[in-house]
Design a protein around this ligand. Structure first.
Ligand SMILES: NC(=O)c1ccc[n+]([C@@H]2O[C@H](COP(=O)([O-])OP(=O)(O)OC[C@H]3O[C@@H](n4cnc5c(N)ncnc54)[C@H](OP(=O)(O)O)[C@@H]3O)[C@@H](O)[C@H]2O)c1
Length: 303
């Protein structure tokens, strides 16, 4: 039995993993909160996911959820969709290590943890929390797989991060010229599922990127070409981001500014070697743009 923690978020990585596992006939339990989005909870139930109430801030609930589980898959994070009472410190900072400890104590065999690219390496609370969980996992007796995707298209090329393709407006962090290997959430989910139980993924860390590294300005050009409308661009300079990070009122804002500075610096991931071991087709920014602009019926949301 798999336990997925983080299956109800708006970006949908955990939900997509549940969908792919259920499509393969695998038994899946999801740890969910009563405050989660009702439609997403109903979707999980509909595809046969067993739901168990819990919260990363409540260690006892994690012990309950891990009972009888072979592999824990944790995509949870408070960064995009925090609920009241969630902080970087108590969810990503303390809740995730508590989940590792609960899995350890319950006799879980393996743990798949979603971190992020090694190039996201500035000093800010969210990055420090991610790396601390990685270390906790490596020092546990669990077999670990750490997945480190770079910037997700569904977040950074979407209205969530100010890339408002419907209104042809984009916020660009930095000058927008440094390439990023944007990756689709669907490909990250696919990679996670095909790596499950594979000896190559046992006690392994994978940096994950998409099929090409292109600059934010190049992504805008693709959307302009496919959508047939010029974008209005709003640039946030690296100096402004540094100032934002220094003066941020809380860890969440400090972390968002830190992430944006890493986006400004660019993040190139070469997938050649990984794809030799895990062959799969990767979604390009153009594929993604076709999907979200709605003119490719084969690429509509699958969950
Ligand atoms: N965004 C990127 O570019 C990027 C890049 C690399 C890696 N990642 C990582 O990918 C993972 C998935 O991200 P995502 O954007 O798909 O997330 P998301 O859609 O925002 O989903 C977050 C999930 O975490 C759950 N969660 C948050 N706090 C919780 C708590 N206290 N107890 C239990 N569950 C809690 C949420 O539950 P509720 O629905 O109840 O709130 C939700 O199901 C994250 O670990 C993220 O750091 C993201």
């Amino acid at each position: 039995m798999y336990l997925v923690v983080g299956a109800t978020g708006p970006v949908g990585l955990g939900g997509e993993i549940c969908r792919q596992l259920r499509a393969a006939g695998q038994p899946v339990r999801a740890l969910v909160r009563p405050t989660a989005n009702a439609d997403r909870l109903a979707n999980l139930g509909r595809i046969g996911v067993e739901l168990i109430d819990g919260d990363l801030k409540n260690p006892r609930s994690l012990h309950e959820a891990c009972r009888g589980i072979e592999t824990v898959i944790s995509t949870a994070s408070m960064m995009v969709s925090s609920q009241e009472g969630d902080t970087v410190e108590n969810v990503d900072g303390a809740g995730q290590p508590d989940l590792v400890d609960a899995a350890n104590a319950a006799g879980v065999v393996s743990f798949v943890y979603f971190s992020f690219s090694k190039h996201i390496d500035r000093d800010f609370p969210f990055r420090n929390a991610k790396r601390a969980v990685e270390r906790r996992l490596k020092h546990s007796r669990l077999a670990y797989t750490i997945l480190r995707p770079t910037f997700l298209m569904e977040v950074w090329l979407s209205p969530i991060a100010g890339f408002d393709f419907r209104n042809s407006h984009a916020r660009i962090h930095g000058r927008g010229r440094n390439p990023i290997s944007w990756i689709s959430m669907y490909d990250v989910a696919r990679f996670a599922v095909i790596s499950l139980g594979t000896p190559l993924a046992r006690n392994a860390t994978f940096e994950l990127g998409g099929p090409e590294a292109i600059s934010p300005l190049d992504t805008v050009r693709i959307f302009e070409e496919l959508g047939g409308r010029r974008f209005q661009l709003e640039f946030v300079s690296e100096e402004e981001l540094t100032e934002e990070q220094q003066n941020a009122p809380d860890s969440l804002q400090r972390s968002l500014a830190g992430l944006s500075r890493c986006y400004a610096a660019g993040d190139v991931i070469d997938m050649t070697a990984i794809l030799r071991s895990f062959p799969m087709a990767l979604t390009s920014v153009r594929d993604y743009a076709r999907r979200v602009l709605g003119d490719d019926p084969t690429l509509t949301d699958r969950f």
